[in-house]
Design a protein around this ligand. Structure first.
Ligand code: ZN
Ligand code: FE
Length: 260
């Protein structure tokens, strides 16, 4: 059975290692150094690299890692990914080379134009996992650098439609700041206060707040809750105007968070 290990990089990135025995694939290696250090310490050999989107903090370590060992690099077909050997998009299915983990690809544009997610399912896990880069964060979502609010809303909705038990592996540790915003959007929600206490306790012990789950995100992530009447009301009050559909509510939340 594969295990998934966080390799912290830079100040708040995670490179995710998927380990099966003496082999491991890594997701979004923005920096080669923490990957190399972990591989050496654990005596594990790199077998594949998966990439969710083209940003440097997710791709910057690829060139060095493939120089060490020429492994397959699997990433979005619609983006320029260094040393990519296989371009993938919506609906593609493959097994991660070396560890044979079955993966399905979702197109989730919005943060970048070609951003993808990898949904993995090891029968031994029971529930699937998803690596979603900078699209869905714990209690938050990525900024819209290359997409429209409508695209991002559709992408987040596709992720929210995964089974509730799906474990969610995001690209950054932004949870505490995101929960501050979630509490401003839904001040009366005890789930958010309880989650904040739990996640802060994890951070105080130096632990990641990830993975999260789709079920927890549906309950506490304001960006997945734009169809809730209370969320709409506060978004309209903050925007100072009536908002049309859920996309307009989502767009107003995203703009509010940009300056929060
Ligand atoms: Zn990014
Ligand atoms: Fe990033």
């Amino acid at each position: 059975m594969s295990t998934i290990i966080p390799l912290p990089a830079f100040t708040d990135n995670y490179v995710w290692a998927i380990r099966e025995g003496g082999l491991a694939a890594v997701v979004d290696p923005g920096d080669a150094a923490p990957v190399r250090a972990w591989l050496a310490r654990e005596r594990v050999e790199l077998c594949a690299i998966l990439v969710t989107h083209h940003h440097r903090d997710h791709t910057g370590g690829i060139a060095e890692l493939v120089r060490d060992r020429a492994v397959p690099v699997i990433g979005p077909a619609r983006e320029a990914i260094p040393d990519r050997t296989r371009g993938v998009g919506q609906g593609d299915r493959f097994e991660i080379p070396g560890i044979a983990l079955p993966v399905e690809v979702l197109d989730i544009p919005g943060h970048t134009a070609g951003h993808v997610a990898f949904v993995g399912s090891d029968p031994a896990w029971g529930e699937p996992v998803v690596f979603c880069g900078d699209t869905l964060f714990a209690a938050g979502c990525g900024r819209l650098f290359e997409g429209t609010p409508g695209e991002m809303w559709t992408s987040l909705s596709a992720l929210a439609a995964l089974p509730g038990g799906t474990r969610v592996y995001c690209g950054h540790e932004y949870t505490i700041a995101n929960l501050r915003f979630a509490a401003a959007v839904e001040p009366g929600r005890s789930e958010i206060a309880a989650r904040t206490a739990r996640e802060q306790a994890a951070r105080d012990r130096g632990l990641p707040t990830l993975p999260t789950t789709i079920a927890l995100e549906r309950e506490t992530n304001p960006f997945l809750r734009a169809t809730e009447a209370g969320v709409r009301a506060i978004a309209e009050a903050h925007a100072g105007r009536a908002l049309g559909d859920a996309v307009a509510v989502f767009a107003a939340l995203r703009e509010w968070k940009n300056v929060f």
